[in-house]
Design a protein around this ligand. Structure first.
Ligand code: C2E
Ligand code: MG
Ligand code: MG
Ligand code: MG
Length: 275
């Protein structure tokens, strides 16, 4: 129900009968203003070690609170940000904001093992991307091993350009996840050599665990990741059955509404106090 409401809001955001050009201009302005005014906030969703119940890390997810339109989901504004080029300033903001939050938690004695930021392919392919990330970490005095970067399989499409960057990041200590695994076009040939730490099995596969062919798909993905010596994260876990099945096939890290929804900064603190 909650999602349906958000969908309707975001749908109506597209409704005004402006022509495409004006519409584009409108979004560009609004998003630009939103970034400047810090209308974009980060929520954090824990990744859980399903064996022990401890928090393995937090994923930062962007939220846009538009003063008139209400909450606009990243599924809507990220593509706009990519189209307009605003993704560069937005990612910069998101990275810095996540670093600042991490430092605040640390200062309050809350030890977050790691936090992750989603990086779009367009951003990743920027020449200075790696040095930008390392500079930000240095500015905030955060060890590289605390940061995880979530990219999608599309990165592996341009392997010649992106492989050196993946290597540089990992050599610096930054962890890398392939997000939404199974929905893109990963080449089996490259999987073995891909310098990544985790693959996150997409929610669409986790939700099929109740069916035998769904189980087979998940089994296959887990086996493949093991073969490539990549750790596995189950995304979008909503039931104990899904969790138990994943644990039974050796997937130890999970994320999903079953454990926790994405939450604002303050709630993470409470989570740690009560955990
Ligand atoms: P993602 O990185 O795959 O994040 C997971 C999405 O699934 C999040 O949606 C999260 O709220 C949702 N989710 C988590 N657990 C469950 C569950 O158990 N059930 C269901 N139904 N959903 C669950 P969200 O926050 O709307 O983000 C959507 C996508 O937008 C993200 O997918 C990510 O690709 C992108 N995104 C979000 N923040 C950023 C950002 O700062 N930069 C970039 N480039 N992309 C972002
Ligand atoms: Mg993600
Ligand atoms: Mg994902
Ligand atoms: Mg996903």
């Amino acid at each position: 129900l909650k999602n349906a409401k958000v969908d309707r809001e975001t749908y109506s955001f597209y409704e005004p009968s402006m022509n495409d050009h004006l519409e584009h201009y409108f979004y560009e302005n609004e998003l630009h203003r939103a970034i400047l005014n810090e209308e974009i906030e980060l929520h954090y969703q824990p990744k859980i070690d399903m064996k022990t119940g401890s928090i393995q890390g937090l994923e930062a997810l962007a939220r846009w609170y538009h003063p008139e339109k209400g909450t606009i989901s990243p599924g809507v504004f990220i593509p706009i940000a990519e189209e307009t080029g605003l993704i560069f300033s937005m990612t910069d903001y998101v990275l810095k904001r996540a670093c600042a939050d991490y430092v605040k938690w640390r200062d309050e004695g809350i030890h977050i093992p790691s936090f992750s930021v989603n990086i779009s392919a367009k951003q990743f392919s920027k020449r200075e991307f790696v040095s930008n990330v390392l500079e930000i970490l240095e500015d905030y005095q955060i060890p590289a091993g605390v940061l995880e970067i979530e990219i999608t399989e599309s990165i592996t499409m341009n392997i010649d350009n992106n492989m050196p960057k993946l290597n540089q990041l990992r050599e610096a200590g930054v962890m890398i996840s392939i997000d939404d695994f199974g929905t893109g076009y990963s080449s089996l040939r490259y999987m073995r050599d891909l310098p990544v730490d985790f693959v996150k099995i997409d929610r669409s596969f986790i939700s099929m665990i109740g069916q035998s062919d769904g189980k087979n798909m998940v089994d296959f993905m887990v086996d493949l990741a093991k073969l490539c010596e990549i750790d596995i994260v189950g995304e979008g876990i909503e039931t104990s059955d899904q969790m138990n099945y994943l644990l039974s096939i050796g997937c130890r890290i999970g994320q999903g509404f079953y454990f926790a929804r994405p939450m604002p900064f303050e709630e993470v603190q409470q989570l740690y106090v009560t955990h």
